[in-house]
Write a protein that binds this ligand. Structure first.
Ligand SMILES: C[S@@+](CC[C@H](N)C(=O)[O-])C[C@H]1O[C@@H](n2cnc3c(N)ncnc32)[C@H](O)[C@@H]1O
Length: 222
């Protein structure tokens, strides 16, 4: 007698069928992304549900996302916002931003979500200079080589007790001392940061798994 197929995909399906069933809005968002030629590099449904859960746990009123693509993860996150909450999402690509704005409008979230176009580091620097109100949660999901620089800005922009999340942080290189990557540098920077308490949660994907690095800002008392 053969046992069940223990592929990671089947475990992912088990979780998503229970907790992360996509509604028509999320399905339509992925369909629009495909029609518009965007690569399917958005978080999975189970990854989106995890973001939603973390944002609910942190009572988020203000969320910052770095890396919008077609707005898929922004929809999961924005659905966790309090009624008076806001999400600002940054992307370098004007076409991605236009697709995301359409998807967010379809989701009824266009009054709560603003998409800003430009290189994230420049936008973040401008936000810090403008002394924008602190964020409850920052989600980093853009170019991996920028992750460490985004972390420095995120620590400054997030409130005490707020969350900083970073996606795709368990690539193969983490197991190879001779290989470097932006995600690996990010994990090292997070681990060494005195104001962050962190860990990496493995997240199942359609093919294999990846990681979400979760940090809470907790400045040590002097
Ligand atoms: C993995 S996708 C984001 C996926 C999205 N968070 C989701 O799950 O639905 C990465 C996005 O980062 C954007 N990006 C890449 N480099 C960037 C940069 N330097 N500044 C801002 N955005 C950037 C890309 O245009 C792309 O849309």
């Amino acid at each position: 007698m053969t046992g069940p197929d223990k592929s990671l995909e089947n475990y992912d399906q088990y979780i998503s069928q229970l907790f992360a069933v996509e509604d028509p809005v999320l399905q339509a968002t992925r369909a629009t992304m495909q029609q518009e030629g965007l690569r399917p590099i958005n978080v999975s449904a189970t990854g989106g549900q995890l973001l939603y859960l973390l944002a609910l746990m942190n009572g988020a009123r203000r969320i910052l996302e770095i890396g919008t693509l077609g707005g898929y993860s922004a929809i999961w996150l924005a659905r966790a916002l309090q009624a008076d909450g806001a999400l600002i999402s940054l992307d370098i690509d004007a076409h991605h931003a236009a697709v995301a704005r359409r998807n967010l409008a379809q989701a009824g979230l266009d009054t709560q979500v603003e998409v800003r176009v430009g290189p994230a580091l420049a936008t973040l620097t401008a936000m810090a200079q403008a002394r924008e109100a602190p964020f409850d949660l920052v989600f980093i999901d853009a170019d991996k080589d920028g992750y460490v620089a985004y972390l420095q800005q995120a620590v400054a922009l997030v409130r005490e007790g707020g969350l900083i999340l970073a996606d795709n942080t368990l690539p193969d290189e983490v197991l190879d001392a001779n290989r470097d990557s932006g995600a690996k540098r990010y994990n090292a920077a997070v681990a060494a940061h005195p104001a962050l308490v962190s860990s990496i949660v493995p997240v199942l994907r359609r093919q294999g798994f990846d990681g979400l690095t979760i940090s809470i800002k907790r400045t040590p008392r002097t």
